[in-house]
Design a binder for this molecule. Structure first.
Ligand SMILES: [Zn+2]
Length: 623
């Protein structure tokens, strides 16, 4: 199973002007089957891979974003099933959204994923296709005796940023689409090495090549993916072939499947299991291609703009050349080449491909039934305990507000929220400004956010990020006058007045108050949070607060280094995946310990943090 992250369907389509040079994948497609009508259900990496691995849809799994929740630990996956059937199971992962802890690793004897990027880093932890292939070849060649084997390989190179080797470029490298296709060509060269090894082994091998979602590349105004429900990011390539030595053939059971059959990624679990001779788990949403008629329509969703900006959740179904969608208030009449048209029922919209017409009333009922079934399907809640336990083992305790934000809103309530489709350009401008901030230029980011807020003062995300950028400026300022921090306090007060649970805002407000010198307000808010639940971020913030001597020109009356480091250590124990924080704490304690008059607690704390070195995954202590 090969997943090439962020791979647009047209990159492998021989008839498309957007195709990349991919001789290795062409050989798979030409000898096997190419299915050009394959679709992702959600344009985000982890939720999409979860559908691929479980045959279940995001609402059923309760998994709508890459974070903070992993795939719940009580559902059968392709890996757990094949492992139970006696397969040797290996995975080699190219990008951090599928890192250890995401929940996909269950069932794999070896799950080889990149280490997390440093906290605050703008880029995902990523491996090049060459490294992924090197590691995949090691896994492929391991001795497994008489056992059958399952290898999952995840390539991440076509994900933004696009930086292919020069000899993979065809065209003007200043064009992002050219660089993107260069990344695809680069991945194809690496897949050629993998395929050569498979052929050399002489083993009979079923190969599935697909992607989790596409990429906007400017289509309909979207440059990357995740925030919109549009064909460019929902359509995915799908190749299925059998390889035995030098022969590449189509699996015989798929011979009668129509080439243009609509396929959802949920269908690949039952299809793959059936091709290997196994029954599918009971009650899943996916259908095996070889043994059932296609459903009337496939469920699609994107909650990213809702989760990150508080706008509408987008969801609906995709059937023949059209989507039936719920997209929020005041959607545009057209997006790129697509027409949007009210369906005549409440807040539903048709999104029609050029030349397409809405289906008949009878079909419409089937589409609505498919939508309602997908939205209402829920796994028993008892197992949420298991998910909670899995998170706790990772040291992550999601706040209760996280859980609420990740639920599907009632449609009537959702319909009042702003439509992300009407704000494509704003989202692009926001992402560009955020990239400046994360790229280390808070000053120009503040200017960009201010421009956005001049046009739309209610743009909470711009206000939130302007506050973050201003706090960065405050921290960089030698004298720490508190001016930028006080501006951040004002911005965050407005965000919190409009959206009390805006993600990250309550914690950021405490930091802003600390830097502005309003220590009483910060301490009161911290005590309230600590009383409610134990969380790594809160402990970290409390520690930073206690270690802050001066803010906004005032001395901190609560300054207490011993208690401050105690809180930082507690934060590390709750969330062991913070290598940069661990190093920083160790360094600072080391400096303190070298002083001749170092108090005794410094040595004790230093010993405690050193003991944590190299321990990445440990259960929480009993406290
Ligand atoms: Zn992805």
């Amino acid at each position: 199973m090969i997943s090439i992250d962020t791979l647009r369907a047209d990159a492998l389509d021989p008839a498309s002007p957007g195709r990349a040079t991919t001789p290795a994948l062409d050989e798979v497609a030409n000898g096997g089957r190419r299915f050009p009508n394959a679709w992702s259900h959600v344009p985000l990496t982890l939720p999409s891979h979860a559908t691929l691995f479980t045959g279940r849809l995001p609402p059923e799994l309760g998994l709508h974003d890459n974070a903070p929740f992993p795939l719940r630990s009580d559902v059968e996956t392709l890996a757990t099933r094949l492992h139970a059937e006696g397969f040797a199971t290996d995975a080699v992962i190219g990008g951090q959204p599928l890192g250890v802890g995401c929940g996909l690793e269950r069932g794999f004897e070896h799950y080889d994923a990149p280490t997390p990027s440093e906290p605050g880093s703008a880029l995902f932890g990523e491996r090049s296709a060459a490294e992924v292939t090197d590691r995949a070849l090691v896994r492929w060649r391991r001795a497994v005796g008489e056992r059958r084997r399952f290898l999952f390989v995840h390539y991440f190179d076509p994900h933004h940023p696009y930086v292919p080797p020069a000899d993979c470029l065809q065209g003007d490298p200043s064009d992002p689409a050219v660089r993107y296709r260069g990344e695809v060509t680069y991945v194809d060269r690496q897949i050629a090495r993998l395929l050569a090894a498979v052929r050399q082994s002489g083993e009979r091998c079923l190969i599935v090549v697909t992607s989790d979602h596409g990429e906007g590349l400017g289509e309909c105004g979207e440059s990357t993916h995740g925030f919109q429900l549009l064909p460019a990011t929902l359509r995915v390539p799908l190749l299925i072939a059998e390889v035995a030595g030098s022969a590449t053939t189509a699996p015989a059971p798929l011979a009668t499947v129509a080439a243009d059959r609509p396929i959802g990624l949920v269908d690949l679990l039952p299809t793959t299991l059936a091709l290997l001779g196994f029954a599918s788990p009971e009650g899943i949403a996916g259908h095996a291609l070889q043994s059932s008629a296609p459903p009337a329509a496939h469920y699609v969703e994107s909650l990213a703009a809702a989760l990150q900006f508080g706008w509408a959740q987008q969801s609906g179904v995709r059937g023949d050349r059209a989507f039936l969608l719920h997209v929020g208030a005041d959607p545009p009449l057209t997006v790129g080449p697509y027409e949007l048209r009210p369906s005549g029922d409440g807040d539903e919209q048709w999104l029609l491909e050029p030349g397409a017409a809405p289906p008949s009333d009878e079909r419409l009922l089937e589409w609505r039934a498919a939508y309602d079934a997908a939205r209402s399907r829920r796994l028993p809640t008892a197992s949420e305990t298991a998910t909670h336990d899995a998170l706790t083992r990772l040291g992550y305790l999601p706040g209760s507000e996280d859980r609420e934000r990740h639920r599907l809103l009632p449609l009537a309530e959702n319909a009042k929220r702003p439509a992300p489709l009407a704000r494509v350009a704003t989202i692009e401008a926001l992402l560009e400004a955020v990239a400046r901030f994360e790229g280390g230029d808070p000053l120009s980011a503040v200017t960009r956010f201010t421009q956005l807020l001049d046009r739309d003062p209610d743009l909470l995300a711009a206000r939130f990020f302007r506050a973050r950028a201003r706090l960065e400026l405050e921290e960089r300022e030698a004298g720490r006058s508190g001016v930028a921090a006080r501006e951040a306090v004002a911005d965050l007060a407005r965000v919190l007045a409009a959206a009390p649970d805006y993600p990250g805002a309550p914690l950021l407000q405490i930091k802003a108050q600390t830097l502005a010198g309003d220590f009483d307000a910060a301490q009161a808010a911290l005590l309230a949070l600590v009383a409610r639940e134990e969380r790594a971020e809160v402990e970290y913030l409390f520690g930073s607060f206690l270690l802050q001597q001066v803010g906004g020109g005032r001395r901190n009356p609560f300054f207490d280094p011993e208690a401050g480091f105690e809180r930082l250590l507690r934060s590390l124990e709750l969330d062991p995946l913070q290598p940069a924080l661990r190093r920083k704490v160790e360094q600072n304690l080391g400096v303190l310990a070298r002083a001749s008059d170092a108090p005794a607690w410094v040595a004790v704390a230093l010993e405690r943090v050193r003991r944590r070195r190299g321990r990445r995954y440990r259960g929480r202590s009993a406290r």
